[in-house]
Write a protein that binds this ligand. Sequence first.
Ligand SMILES: *Cc1c(COP(=O)(O)O)cnc(C)c1O
Length: 402
Amino acid sequence: MSEVFTGSFTQQEPIPESGIEAAIAVMRHGRLHRYNTAPGETAEAALLEQEFATLVGAKYCLAVASGGYALATALRAVGVKPDQPVLSNAFTLAPVPGAIAAVGAVPVFVEVTESLTIDLDDLAAKADKARVLLLSHMRGHICDMDRLMSICDAAGITVIEDCAHTMGAAWNGTPSGRHGTVGCYSCQTYKHVNSGEGGFLVTDDEAVAARAIMLSGSYMLYGRHAAGPPPEAYESIRYETPNISGRMDNLRAAILRPQLADLPAQCTRWNARYRRLEKGLSGTPGLTIVDRPAAESIVGSSFQFLLLDWAAEAVREVVSRCAARGVELKWFGAAEPVAFTSRYDSWRYVESDAMPATDRVLAGLLDMRVPLTFSLEDCALIARIIRAEVGAVFQAQSSPGV
Ligand SMILES: *Cc1c(COP(=O)(O)O)cnc(C)c1O
């Protein structure tokens, strides 16, 4: 009898009781809008921003309606204008090129390596093509940020980091999102904290912070941003910065605050699950484990592996055999985008050059979520199932006459 996994890859943990209590308190008093405060009161949204700024060591923080909104706001706040090129990873998810398109700018894709990070040689070769890089730490894989920043600094490129998958992670001790000019995060249900929808933008740049706050829809109430710059910062920009509403509200902020406090402990739990999967799969013939450098502090909320240079038919066979045993793998090599998974050539509003290195990696890339509702034993079981099915298909592939 072969083992079957019966858990759900999309089931997150419940909201902590303290977050539920805080949310109920906000509903009881009714002041859900972030600028609707009683005398002397600091809104939940403003407190959340202060706490997130402290967590990542940023001067300024703005909480917004979604991670995608944070990305587009960051692009506007650093001055990206319609028709300008913006460099970005070819391997990312749809909200990233979508944010570039939202400001009327034009994505220019950079190749990905077998480590699933942006190809820094390709970035260096394309450094004269744009003034801004929207860098996606896709699936939590962080490139050599020291080298990336030296390439971008030398070329005068402003870096915006998409940290949708790296909230709580770090490179060489510096929190993800704190290498570039702006860091953007998501609080959507499938990320590291869960308010259904939501996002953060952090920066040390006073002018960028002031513009982002005005853009998010602060009207002339920007003084209520406890994690924003002083009032003088708005003087020169408050008449010329459009209001493109995308605020965080107090209800979601109340749900998020206790989750931020728990984040370090949650990251440790994710990593224990990640390492269990990694251990269970290492040494599987035909399967490449993704390298995690020592400088990278990971948050293992998802797991990827490669079946490099396998025939598409064989990869499809692995996916369907694992699915039959309850293990849901997402394949980035599929011709058609499925659910949340799509790739650069599915975004047909972008004219992209051929990306042969990315095509090769995505053709062999399998991905799964690792929600904290999985136990360590669940992860060991999932690894046994994948190992067995990859092994069976690999063997059939390499035996002559089969
Ligand atoms: C989820 C996600 C985003 C956007 O976040 P939303 O809050 O869903 O708008 C951006 N980039 C990546 C890589 C994501 O996975």
